[in-house]
Design a protein around this ligand. Structure first.
Ligand SMILES: Cc1cc2nc3c(=O)[nH]c(=O)nc-3n(C[C@H](O)[C@H](O)[C@H](O)COP(=O)(O)OP(=O)(O)OC[C@H]3O[C@@H](n4cnc5c(N)ncnc54)[C@H](O)[C@@H]3O)c2cc1C
Length: 377
């Protein structure tokens, strides 16, 4: 089949790869004019997807990870108050993204293609872009345009993300700008600190070019903080160009007042060993934590994947692996297609929804256990 994918981030590329492996003609349409870069921090390694790709003869060595040995909670003075084994290897968003790109044919990814309109007839779709009058034809459309999915709200009017009541301040900073003694306890451990309605965590991820050499790796940090105040949210989500963002401000785009606020809060509220990471970060960024759940993960010949289908709370650490599992399961479902694609997608959607249900419930529960977010009713 000819399959079009709207959105060329982790979910879209993962689907492109698995569906190409099972013999489909797949094209990804990404609105960004250039390959995405440095957008996120650490992600867990995509085990099930690696397994699927290896079964289909793909070499997957590039998805490298830094090992973590311990999960350590510290108090405000930096003393360890809890210490457990932790065996999750953390890769970086960039390493996963780049390795997905490298396994796809460059002709399969079309940058600068903002899907602006989709028209459907009984055999498939015409997909229209905002920069050109010509459309492309596809038998199946995969929606992978993220949490704020425009296509989801077109397919299911009224389906919008809802703010969960807290923000994630984030950053990535090289390990080599610190003296060995300053960060010795943070190396190859996941370090966490919590206080009322706040949770901070940090761990090492590979260098931007994927290197795992000591000295080249980076600390990924996340600081979740409740923020119920509308005017503060508006201020933080307004970038240095004065433009208000919907839910996130990318690295390099936070306003000076937001950065000053972040540094002040870090110095006042975090253990010294953690505040030094925040104040040394060149381009911190921000995400408002939202919940989004599509009423169904399929409609006719359209399938929704990744954050467009449902956005999990980040504490489950599974947004990326869920996107990869969507891709694997979709390729498995569509590898047996005979004639009734619509039924195959409808059955897949029901299976996927019940598979992710436990994670959907787990995220808000975990957040509440840290005092994060609006209380559930
Ligand atoms: C604070 C935070 C921490 C997280 N930490 C982790 C973690 O530790 N581990 C983990 O596994 N996951 C984590 N995640 C989740 C993870 O980032 C996502 O779940 C995962 O990357 C899947 O994203 P996606 O590809 O579905 O969407 P996105 O990454 O949002 O990509 C959507 C893409 O669609 C494109 N697009 C949008 N509209 C259009 C259009 N009309 N036409 C064409 N292109 C379009 C966009 O440009 C973008 O490239 C975290 C998320 C947050 C918010």
């Amino acid at each position: 089949m000819k399959i079009a994918i709207a959105g060329g981030s982790i979910a879209g590329l993962a689907c492109a790869l698995t569906l190409t492996c099972t013999g489909h003609d797949v094209h990804v349409y990404e609105r960004s004019a250039t390959p995405l870069r440095g957008r996120g921090g650490g992600v867990v390694v995509l085990r099930q997807m690696l397994h699927f790709l290896e079964e289909h003869g793909q070499r997957t060595r590039a998805m490298l990870a830094v090992p973590t040995h311990r999960r350590r909670w510290i108090d405000i003075d930096g003393h360890v108050i809890r210490d457990d084994p932790e065996l999750l290897p953390f890769s970086s968003w960039d390493a996963v993204y780049r390795s997905l790109c490298s396994m796809l044919s460059p002709n399969a990814i079309h940058y600068g293609h903002h899907v602006a309109r989709v028209t459907e007839d009984e055999d498939g779709f015409d997909i229209h872009f905002d920069h050109s009058s010509s459309a492309v034809r596809a038998d199946v459309l995969i929606v992978a345009d993220g949490t704020g999915s425009w296509l989801r709200s077109m397919l299911f009017p009224g389906s919008f993300p809802s703010y969960a009541g807290y923000l994630a301040w984030r950053g990535v900073v090289s390990e080599n700008i610190f003296g060995r003694n300053q960060v010795a306890d943070l190396i190859e451990n996941m370090t966490l600190y919590r206080s009322k309605a706040e949770l901070f965590m940090t761990f090492l991820i590979p260098a931007l070019d994927g290197s795992l050499e000591t000295g080249t790796r980076r600390f990924n940090w996340l600081w979740y903080r409740n923020e119920p105040d509308e005017s503060s949210i508006r201020m933080f989500l307004t970038g240095r160009d004065g433009r208000r963002r919907h839910a996130s401000v990318a690295p390099g785009e936070l306003s000076e007042p937001s950065i000053a606020y972040l540094h002040r809060a870090a110095l006042e509220r975090l253990p010294r060993t953690l505040s030094q990471l925040v104040t040394a970060t060149n381009a911190p960024f921000l995400q408002a934590i939202s919940d989004a759940l599509s009423p169904s993960f399929a409609k006719g010949r359209v399938a929704l994947v990744g954050d467009a289908a449902c956005t999990l709370r980040p504490h489950t650490g599974s947004g990326t692996s869920k996107a990869a599992d969507d891709a694997v399961s979709l390729a498995q479902a569509l590898s047996t297609v005979t004639t009734d694609v619509v039924q195959v997608l409808a059955d897949w959607a029901v299976r996927r929804r019940s598979a992710v249900e436990p994670l959907l419930l787990k995220g808000p529960r975990l957040a509440q256990s840290f005092g994060l977010g609006y209380p559930s009713h």
